[in-house]
Ligand binder design. Structure first.
Ligand SMILES: [Zn+2]
Length: 133
């Protein structure tokens, strides 16, 4: 336990810094979701796709969501503090997808999988597995 206290407090300081940045990021994005521009864009987009989950529809399922599980407009390119002021990302219909909660969760899980990298037998980094079920 030699010098453990010092290391721990340093560590806490670093974590605090990270937490602060994440907090600022959320603060940067949050006002966008309550902006009139987004609400209008979202409403128009939902109308344009008929108010149905786009992924379910591709599988032949009609899913308009419910009060308990409403559909969500998903940004294919994730919103960040860096692109939040870029309407080509935030308000671009090409970047939007209307999803039910199940499809949205699936999409989130897929993103987590992409982050899991692995090493090949020769010790080199292998590309992540994408789109496998
Ligand atoms: Zn769906």
């Amino acid at each position: 336990m030699v010098g453990g206290g010092l290391t721990l407090s340093r560590c806490r300081g670093a974590l605090k810094g990270v937490g602060g940045r994440v907090g600022n990021m959320r603060e940067a994005i949050q006002p966008f979701y309550s902006s009139r521009a987004w609400k209008n864009c979202r409403a128009e987009y939902v109308k344009s796709v008929g108010g149905l989950c786009e992924r379910c529809r591709q599988r032949g399922i009609i899913n308009a969501g419910s009060k308990k599980r409403p559909l969500e407009v998903h940004h294919k390119i994730r919103l960040t503090a860096a692109n939040i002021n870029d309407p080509r990302v935030t308000l671009n219909w090409d970047n939007l997808e209307l999803l039910c909660k199940d499809c949205h969760d699936e999409e989130r899980e897929k993103k987590n999988v992409v982050r899991r990298w692995r090493c090949g037998p020769d010790g080199r980094l292998m590309p992540p597995l994408v789109g496998e079920r």
